[in-house]
Design a protein. Structure first.
Length: 466
């Protein structure tokens, strides 16, 4: 078969011929090239077709049988279509009742999501970029001892079709680079980190990423000898860390994977957070890395206000949740393309929903720091939760990496990593939000720096470098 559309049509025909009342086929073809590197040595190389997404698959068949029951089969290959159809129909005998798949809706296409050069990037070109990154970072300072990280590119095409006439497609490319650096001065160490992602590999500023990581490692030399006291502190999260912090509460309280124990703490139409906090989800906004015209059920994406000046306004729905709650889908069904642009360095993941835009405030990073009497500046978090879940509803526990003391409005040197444990809801009641100059595109977010005026530091971090 010459195209994903033809394969989807074949799946639908096979299922209908075998007795299905309705059929949905999702076909995904993704190619990833990736190198992990330590200095100029490549220690992991991937170049080929791979499944991505929260539950990776290349072929998903869903059927509603003549008795109105739903069956599903997923595969990481595009082979054995007939067996996939048979297994889906077999599962339907024991499946839940399902009325119908979504009717097709008119979707306005998005442009500039797919770049041929990025799709065709060769291993040699990736290695050239890695060598350049290592050279730039190493030249920053002779104390730089280690430069490592990850560099990758992806091209992905997905077709979503059903027997009711839906035939939608989403295609995108992406480039992604993470650079970590270690600097040493005698027995003292410092670590640095930087990340950049773009749908167009050529648009990544590799020099800036390398320099930021290297400079971070120089500025944190000696951090192990400066512990942070247990107790409440002002904490400024750079965009990378802010994305994981905000991502955890947004996934728990607003996404289709929400936890009812957390939503109880976040009622709609009441002021829950600081007036400084406003968040929308807009899959059609090209600033978001995972922009798409449709969700995983072919429902058109649109702007959805989640938090408006501290007041939660809406939650996300796919068709199943919408039917259960008497709502309409907001275009937030899981998709097979959400797994590439991710957030975090520990349990790196794609937070839901996937196109969150946090409205910037009015304070530059310099002003956020100047307004801090006794606090900590944090570059990134490690392991705030597994797929956005916390130890208790609304209670987050996470470790930090790359931290600096702030004393009387000025950076006063590096400090050791910390672990904090606190309420997401309560800490977001009193915040300041960075301005446009602090904004970055990170995973599911377009997000500025965020300052928490009170966060409980519960102990030294367990992930600090020995």
């Amino acid at each position: 078969m010459n195209s994903l559309h033809e394969l989807a049509s074949y799946v639908i025909k096979q299922a209908l011929d075998k007795g299905a009342r309705e059929v949905e086929a999702i076909v995904n073809n993704t190619r990833i090239g990736m190198h992990r590197f330590k200095n100029k040595a490549i220690h992991q190389n991937i170049d080929g077709h791979r499944s991505i997404g929260r539950t990776p698959f290349n072929l998903q068949v869903r059927v509603i049988n003549k008795e109105g029951r739903l069956g599903q089969y997923s595969s990481t290959t595009l082979r054995n279509v007939e067996e996939a159809v048979k297994d889906a129909l077999r599962c339907a005998k024991y499946g839940s009742e399902s009325a119908s798949f979504p009717e097709p809706k008119k979707v306005a296409p998005l442009h500039d999501l797919y770049f041929d050069y990025t799709a065709k990037l060769s291993p040699e070109e990736r290695v050239d970029r890695i060598n350049y990154i290592v050279d730039v970072a190493s030249d920053v300072d002779p104390r730089i001892e280690f430069v490592g990280g990850l560099l990758s590119n992806v091209s992905s095409k997905t077709v979503i079709a059903n027997s009711l006439g839906l035939d939608a497609e989403h295609a995108f490319t992406g480039g992604h680079v993470i650079v970590t650096s270690i600097a040493k001065e005698g027995t003292r160490e410092g670590s640095g980190f930087s990340r950049s992602s773009n749908r167009d590999f050529h648009s990544i500023d590799f020099e800036a990423v390398a320099r930021e990581a290297a400079q971070g490692s120089i500025s944190t030399i000696g951090y192990q000898s400066r512990p942070v006291s247990v107790g409440r502190h002002e904490v400024i999260f750079k965009a990378e860390a802010a994305a994981e912090y905000i991502g955890t509460i947004m996934q728990q309280a607003f996404s289709i994977a929400r936890d009812p124990r957390t939503t109880a703490r976040v009622p709609l139409s009441e002021r829950v957070f600081s007036e400084e906090l406003s968040i929308v989800d807009n899959g059609r906004d090209p600033r978001t890395l995972l922009a798409s015209a449709i969700d995983g059920e072919g429902t058109p994406k649109k702007l959805l206000s989640l938090v408006n000046h501290g007041v939660p306004e809406n939650r996300c729905y796919n068709n199943a949740l919408a039917k259960k709650d008497g709502k309409e889908s907001t275009g937030h069904a899981h998709t097979p393309w959400t797994g590439y642009f991710w957030t975090g360095t520990g349990s790196g993941q794609t937070y839901l929903p996937t196109n969150q835009i946090v409205e910037p405030g009015s304070s530059s990073m310099e002003e956020l720091i100047a307004d801090t009497k006794d606090g900590i500046l944090v570059n990134r978090l490690r392991c705030p939760g597994s797929r956005g879940h916390t130890i208790l509803p609304d209670t987050i526990r996470a470790d930090t990496q790359e931290c600096w003391y702030i004393k009387n409005g000025e950076i006063a040197g590096p400090c050791n990593y910390i672990r904090f444990t606190d309420s997401l809801v309560e800490t977001l009641k009193n915040i300041a939000v960075g301005d446009e100059s602090t904004v970055q595109s990170v995973g599911s977010f377009v997000i500025p720096a965020i300052k928490l005026n009170s966060l409980y530091i519960s102990q030294p971090s367990v992930v600090m470098i020995q």
